[in-house]
Ligand binder design. Structure first.
Ligand code: AVJ
Length: 323
């Protein structure tokens, strides 16, 4: 199947870009990172020495997948919000196929190419896995999780994806998911990056978002390159600097693009002025404490979770039940 930017997608990119760039301070939403080039850059980020998140979460699944899967009811179907290419999910699916011969995996994502890749690779790699994918934006669209023969649902929201959303949006996402978890034995697995502590310094955290090789800088700038490509905008990419900073008040890493010169950009006939030193805020990545996450879960209709951390105490996976 050929994937092309549809008119509806181009329209959404244009609307969001104009809205964000004409507000004060200027912002762009992080979903704009993930065109083909941006998705490839993100895959490179997950392999950087400084970006510990993916490795830490994978190590938790490597060590604890059987325990996690056994904590949910039997038989099980596994659903996943924002699955992407589902590279870590295989560890949980393998654990599920050790308990039951057949497992239905239900990824929900906006990216058709990522879903296709997951549907091609997983059933071939793990006998007993069947895939039912859904192209949907789990924020703006409805989605439905199937329950084959009254199975229990294990819903995955991993990879620190929830970190992109402010607390109010995060509660809305978890509550919407909660509505589908109606059966005894249903469970939700949430992967979050941990706030700085005695185990993790602010410097380490910032380095994960400002790597020495400049891959994260390229990922950040790709958002403007994308607007140049898709909307015929004329951002001068050389005149933007990547900035990652820790906002301790909000417990989040922020990524910005700072214009080093005065420049006027035209997008679809709209003129946008950037002053020297002015920033475009492109991403928040919230970092959690165990207490903070328990509060978020309680507020969203879930129990206190079972808590799993990697050996370095950088990342956590929380397994919660609907209440
Ligand atoms: C895909 C949202 C989990 O916040 O760490 C990586 C995105 N941004 N480097 C994150 C990202 C810069 C990533 N998430």
């Amino acid at each position: 199947m050929m994937i092309e930017a549809t008119d509806a997608l181009r329209e959404a990119v244009l609307t969001e870009a104009i809205a964000g760039l004409t507000s004060t301070p200027k912002t762009l939403p992080p979903w704009l990172f993930y065109d083909e080039a941006g998705s490839a850059l993100f895959e490179k980020i997950t392999e950087l020495p400084e970006y510990y998140l993916t490795r830490a979460e994978r190590s938790i699944f490597t060590e604890r997948a059987d325990e996690i899967v056994s904590a949910a009811g039997h038989p099980l179907t596994i659903a996943e919000l924002g699955s992407g290419t589902a590279s870590k999910t295989g560890l949980l699916l393998e654990a599920a196929t050790r308990r039951q011969p057949e497992v239905l995996y239900q990824p929900i994502d906006v990216s058709p190419s990522a879903l296709e890749q997951a549907a091609d690779i997983l059933p071939a790699a793990i006998p007993g896995v069947a895939v039912r994918s859904q192209i949907a934006n789990y924020i703006t669209n409805g989605y439905t999780i199937k329950r084959p023969d009254g199975s229990c649902i294990l819903a995955l929201y991993i990879g620190s994806s929830i970190g992109n959303f402010d607390p109010e949006q995060a509660r809305a996402i978890l509550r919407k998911l909660r509505k589908q978890l109606t059966k005894m034995g249903d469970a939700m697995l949430l992967g979050v990056d941990l706030a700085p502590s005695c185990k993790k310094t602010v410097e380490q955290l910032i380095a994960a978002y400002d790597d020495a090789a400049g891959v994260t800088a390229a990922f950040n700038k790709n958002i403007l390159a994308r607007l140049n490509r898709e909307l015929g905008a004329n951002f001068n990419l050389e005149a933007f600097r990547h900035r990652a900073c820790w906002n301790s008040q909000e417990s989040r890493i922020e990524m910005h693009l700072v214009s080093t010169v005065a420049q006027t950009v035209t997008i679809d006939g709209e003129r946008i002025d950037c002053a020297p030193g002015e920033s475009i805020h492109t991403e928040n990545s919230y970092k959690f404490t165990e207490r903070g996450l328990i509060e978020l879960l309680h507020d969203s209709g879930y129990s206190s979770p079972q808590w799993f951390e990697d050996a370095d105490h950088y990342f956590a996976v929380a397994l919660a039940y609907p209440v």
